[in-house]
Design a protein around this ligand. Structure first.
Ligand SMILES: NC(=O)C1=CN([C@@H]2O[C@H](COP(=O)(O)OP(=O)(O)OC[C@H]3O[C@@H](n4cnc5c(N)ncnc54)[C@H](O)[C@@H]3O)[C@@H](O)[C@H]2O)[C@@H](O)CC1
Ligand SMILES: [K+]
Length: 515
C-alpha cells in the first residue's frame, strides 16, 4: 500500500466526492474492510468477544461506529466510551451513531458512556466472563490538529491502562493511533499504544517512522479503491495484494531440476542449527534441490542433522566448491569465523556467481570486515548490529531509513534491514516496509529461516527485491499464524521452527489476500 500525507488523502477524498462517490460510501467501504480484518485477526475459537469502541466526534469516530455495528452483527458484545455527547458529534459521525442505535434496537448491551467514570467500565469488565476484549481507538484520525484536548487525552490513558492491565485486551487503532502525528510519527504526551493499526486507503508516513513503531503495532492496510491517491513518495508498505502476483500456480509438468537449486554455506560447531533451519527454509520456500557444503569438521555433524531432503557435500576447503547448477547461493547462517584461505575462497565464489547471492549473519560480518563490494544480484539481510558493521561510521540514533540509504549510496545490492517493520531497499526503487510479524519473532533462528526463504524464492526466478519482500512478509505472517493457531499459543513461546512449519499456511493466506 502506498504512502500519502493527510493533505494528499484529503485531496483524493475531494476528487472522489467530485466524481460522485459519497463520503458515506467511503466510510462504509473502509469500515467493512476494517471489520473483516479484525474478525480475521481475532483469535475467536468460538469464544464470545467483547468490543469497546472509544470515539471522538469526527469521521474517525464514524468509522469506529460503523465497524462496531458490523462486529455486533457478527455476534460480538459491544460497548461504547465516548469523549463527547451525541449532540456534539459531527455530520457523518452522528449519522453512524443513529444507524448504530437503529441496528442495536433489538440488543441490550450498548450504552453511550459519556459521563460514566472509568471505574464503572472496569467494574463492568470484571463482571463479564473472561473473554477476548477488542478495543477500537476511534478517538481521532487524520483530522487531528494540535495537542490532544483533555476529553480525548483522558480516554487515551484509559485505553492504555486497559491494555496494560487486561492480558486479554487487543487494541485496534482506526487509521492512526490517537496521539501519534500522522505525517511525522511524533508521539504526543498521551498516545494510544495499539496492537494493530488499520490504515485506511494509504499509509500515513508517520505510521512507519521509527518513533511510532511501538504505538502502531501490526500495520493492517485496508484498501479504499475509490480513492485515487497520487503519492509523492515511492515508498510502500508490503501487503498481500502486492505479493499475491508472485505466488503463481506451478505448471503441472514441473520437476525438481526445474524448480530451482540453492547452494548453502552455513553452520559451524556451536551453530549447527542455523544450517538446519536455513536449508529447510529454502526447501519449504518451494525450491527443488538444496545442497549444503561443509568443511570436514562439520560434515559428519551436519550430515546427521539436517533434513533428509538436503544434499550434504564435504569439501576440504571452500575453494573446491564447483557449483554451476544453483540459481542462488546462501552464505552465512551460523558460519562462524573462517581462516584466511576460506575467507578468500568465499569472496572468489561470490564474485563469479551469476545467480542471486544471499548474505546473512557471519556472511555479512565477513563481507563487512573484508570490505566486499555488493552488486545487483546480492541480497543482504543484516540485523541492526550487522548493519552497524556494514556502516561503522553511522551514528547510533540514525533513523533506519537513512541507514539503508547510506548503504545503497555505495552498493547496488538489495538490503533487508531486519527489525520491527523490516525495511527493504534497492537503489532507484522506493523503500518497502513490512507489515507482518511482531515481537514473537525476537528470537534466535528467525534470521536463518528468513535467509533460507530469500534464497529459495530467488532460486525459483524471483528478482532479488521481490524475493526479499515476499520472504520477509511470509516469515511475519507464518509467525502470526503459528501464535494464533495455538501451535505456540502465546507470542513468547514462538520458535523459528514454528515459523517454518507455518510457511505453507502463510503462503496460502497471502495468495488469498488475507490482511
Ligand atoms: N479521507 C477519507 O477519504 C476517509 C477518511 N475516513 C476517516 O476519517 C478520518 C478523518 O476524519 P475527520 O477529518 O473528521 O477527523 P477526525 O475524526 O480525526 O477528528 C476531527 C475532530 O476532532 C477534533 N480535533 C482535532 N484535533 C483535536 C485534538 N488535538 N484534540 C481533540 N480534538 C481534536 C476536531 O475539532 C474535529 O471535531 C480518517 O482518519 C479516517 O478514519 C474514513 O471515513 C474513510 C474515508
Ligand atoms: K484513531
Amino acid at each position: 500500500m502506498k504512502l500519502a500525507t493527510c493533505a494528499q488523502i484529503r485531496e483524493a477524498e475531494t476528487r472522489a466526492i467530485d466524481a460522485g462517490v459519497s463520503a458515506y460510501t467511503l466510510m462504509e467501504t473502509a469500515a467493512s474492510g476494517i471489520a473483516d480484518a479484525i474478525i480475521q485477526q481475532t483469535d475467536a475459537r468460538n469464544e464470545e468477544i467483547f468490543c469497546i469502541a472509544y470515539i471522538g466526534k469526527g469521521n474517525n469516530a464514524g468509522d469506529a461506529l460503523s465497524v462496531l455495528r458490523r462486529l455486533m452483527a457478527h455476534g460480538w458484545n459491544v460497548h461504547i466510551r465516548a469523549a463527547y455527547s451525541a449532540e456534539d458529534m459531527e455530520g457523518l459521525c452522528q449519522l453512524q451513531w443513529e444507524k448504530f442505535h437503529d441496528a442495536e434496537a433489538s440488543t441490550l448491551t450498548t450504552e453511550l458512556d459519556v459521563t460514566a467514570e472509568p471505574t464503572l467500565l472496569r467494574r463492568k469488565l470484571a463482571d463479564i466472563p473472561r473473554m477476548p476484549i477488542v478495543i477500537l481507538d476511534g478517538l481521532l484520525g487524520s483530522g487531528v490538529d494540535g495537542p490532544l484536548k483533555p476529553a480525548i487525552a483522558e480516554l487515551v490513558q484509559e485505553i492504555n491502562e486497559l491494555r496494560r492491565t487486561c492480558s486479554n485486551a487487543t487494541v485496534w487503532a482506526i487509521d492512526i493511533p490517537t496521539g501519534v502525528h500522522p505525517d511525522t510519527g511524533e508521539i504526543g504526551e498521551n498516545a494510544v499504544q495499539a496492537d494493530y493499526t488499520a490504515a485506511i486507503g494509504c499509509i500515513k508516513p508517520g505510521l512507519i517512522a521509527d518513533t511510532a513503531t511501538s504505538h502502531v503495532g501490526r500495520l493492517v492496510p485496508v484498501p479504499l479503491n475509490d480513492l485515487d491517491i497520487q503519492p509523492e513518495y515511492s515508498d510502500e508498505v508490503i501487503d498481500s495484494p502486492m505479493l499475491s502476483r508472485l505466488l503463481v500456480r506451478r505448471p503441472y509438468e514441473l520437476y525438481k531440476n526445474k524448480a530451482g537449486r540453492v547452494a548453502v554455506i552455513a553452520g559451524s560447531i556451536g551453530m549447527l542449527g542455523a544450517a538446519q533451519l536455513c536449508t529447510e527454509a529454502a526447501l519449504r520456500a518451494g525450491v527443488g534441490l538444496v545442497v549444503l557444503y561443509c568443511l570436514p569438521e562439520t560434515y559428519p555433524l551436519l550430515a546427521a542433522r539436517v533434513s533428509p531432503e538436503i544434499m550434504v557435500k564435504q569439501v576440504q576447503t571452500y575453494k573446491n566448491i564447483d557449483e554451476d547448477d544453483a540459481q542462488a547461493l546462501l552464505i552465512g547462517p551460523g558460519l562462524g569465523q573462517l581462516d584466511n584461505a576460506n575467507q578468500l575462497a568465499l569472496h572468489a565464489l561470490v564474485s563469479c556467481f551469476d545467480g542471486t547471492v544471499v548474505l546473512d549473519a557471519d556472511g555479512i560480518n565477513l563481507a563487512a570486515e573484508r570490505s566486499w563490494r555488493f552488486e545487483k544480484n546480492h541480497i543482504l539481510t543484516p540485523h541492526p548490529g550487522e548493519m552497524r558493521r556494514l556502516l561503522p561510521s553511522a551514528g547510533m540514533n540514525t533513523p533506519r531509513k537513512e541507514l539503508v540509504n547510506s548503504f545503497l549510496y555505495n552498493h547496488d545490492a538489495t538490503l533487508v534491514l531486519k527489525g520491527a517493520r523490516t525495511i527493504i531497499g534497492q537503489r532507484r526503487q522506493g523503500m518497502l516496509y513490512n507489515s507482518t510479524g511482531g515481537p514473537s519473532m525476537a528470537k534466535g533462528g528467525q534470521g536463518d529461516v528468513l535467509a533460507g526463504i530469500c534464497a529459495g524464492l530467488a532460486a525459483q526466478g524471483m528478482m532479488p527485491r521481490d524475493a526479499a519482500a515476499l520472504a520477509v512478509y511470509l516469515c511475519g505472517r507464518a509467525s502470526e499464524l503459528a501464535v494464533s493457531r495455538g501451535c505456540s499459543g502465546h507470542e513468547r513461546a514462538l520458535t523459528a521452527g514454528d515459523t517454518l512449519r507455518h510457511l505453507g499456511a502463510a503462503m496460502q493466506s497471502t495468495a488469498d489476500l488475507c490482511y
